[in-house]
Design a protein around this ligand. Structure first.
Ligand code: PLP
Length: 392
């Protein structure tokens, strides 16, 4: 006899069914193989435009070799948190190389970017602090403010004039938090204006450069280099290792005092197992490639130009982005989902991004470009978009 579901599960089932009817049910696909511009899903080879592996390093032979060799040296698990006995020579060397890369006195590894944002905000926001957030900030920055249970003021996207007013009308300790490259729109935060406001109001500026590190700036060190701003107090850089660097984890870079304070107070640093040391060694190998092989960035920027020119000629709606994140706006969830399904039927993987990840009426296809795409790949995407039986 089949037992009837528990009433708690029945409630969940009703919520899930409602999400499905609204075309908002999130589903995962399964890859059979490495992250790459061509992936295998359910036995089918698909051309992928949805990876954050912007420089094609996630499966680079030198990175894989460093990972394997470090596993022979260090084993797999770090076995403890950094403060107990999990901090290896590999982690330490990577921190020094990351600090040098971004031009900051110190850097500190975190297990993920999500945890780094939570840890920094909680460690730097005493009771009575106010946290200022761009409306389109990544969920982890918004959750960081919520988790710190301090007052939160959200300002309109990139509106530094509005931020200036809010700063003037709030006293106490302050943190301005912003994405460097906005993850769903691909545009850049006005970093020089944010940094000037932070200096004028003695506020910290936490810049989440998950999509800038490796991609922007002459040597790939990210938004700070792009704008010619120093990674110096009051500014703090949070960078992730799982996107352009192709591995896993995150780091925070800034002053010696900042890093020592995070080691004392950032709970998401203290109370968690250190990254596997082999991941740190693999990241050292990928960082060396990021620094020396600038042709990867040049190729990426050529693809961005080719894509934007092609899409503009099709009359589809692009956003103001010069980064590998190139959304095509459809507005309604139904049209964005149908466009994604059409591309998938043609062997191309591009996700539809729907509310609540983006604002109501802002559903889009989120195309991401990688250095490892070829110009022919971009042409194939454009040719398929030209046949889209859906108006933008
Ligand atoms: C991906 C991302 C993060 C989270 O980084 P993880 O290391 O994947 O946890 C944080 N901020 C932004 C803007 C991101 O895109």
């Amino acid at each position: 006899m089949k037992s009837s579901p528990h009433e708690l599960d029945s409630k969940l089932a009703a919520d899930l069914a409602a999400r499905e009817r609204a075309q908002l049910l999130r589903r995962r696909i399964q890859l059979d193989g490495p992250q790459a511009v061509e992936v295998v899903v359910d036995g089918a080879r698909l051309l992928s435009f949805c990876s954050n592996d912007y420089l094609g390093l996630a499966n680079h032979p030198a990175v894989v070799a460093a990972f394997k060799s470090a596993a022979d040296t260090y084993g797999v698990g770090a076995g403890a948190s950094h403060l107990v006995s999990g901090h290896s020579r590999a982690h330490h060397a990577l921190e020094e190389e990351l600090a040098d890369f971004v031009g900051a006195p110190r850097a500190l590894l975190f297990s993920t970017g999500y945890m780094a944002n939570l840890g920094v905000v909680a460690a730097l926001a005493p009771r009575g602090s106010v946290i200022f957030e761009d409306k389109l900030n990544h969920a982890s920055l918004l959750d960081a403010a919520r988790g710190a249970t301090r007052a939160v003021k959200r300002y309109a996207h990139c509106d530094s004039a509005r931020l200036a007013q809010l700063l003037a009308h709030n006293s106490g300790a302050k943190i301005i938090a912003s994405d460097g490259v906005f993850s769903m729109d691909g545009d850049l935060a006005p970093l020089p204006a944010l940094a000037a406001l932070a200096r004028a109001h003695a506020a910290w500026l936490l810049l989440d450069d998950a999509h800038g590190v490796g991609v922007l700036g002459a040597n790939g060190s990210g938004s700070f280099a792009h704008w010619g701003e120093p990674v110096a107090t009051p500014a703090i850089l949070m960078g992730t290792l799982g996107k352009a660097l192709g591995t896993f984890g995150a780091f925070v870079a800034g002053s010696h005092e900042l890093i020592e304070t995070l080691i004392q107070h950032a709970r998401t640093y203290i109370y968690t197992t250190a990254l596997p040391p082999a991941v740190a060694q693999a990241t050292r190998a990928s960082l060396a490639l990021v620094r020396t092989e600038s042709w990867r960035r040049e190729q990426l920027h050529a693809h961005i130009a080719q894509f934007r020119n092609g899409v503009a000629a099709l009359g589809l709606r692009l956003m103001d982005s010069a980064t590998p994140i190139q959304p095509i706006l459809f507005g309604s969830t139904e049209r964005a989902v149908a466009a994604s399904a059409f591309l998938r039927s043609a062997g191309i993987l591009v996700p539809a991004i729907r509310p609540p990840t983006v604002p109501q009426g802002g559903a889009r296809l989120r195309v991401t470009l990688c250095a490892s795409h070829t110009s022919a790949h971009i042409e194939r995407l454009l040719a398929t978009l030209a046949q889209l039986p859906i108006s933008p």
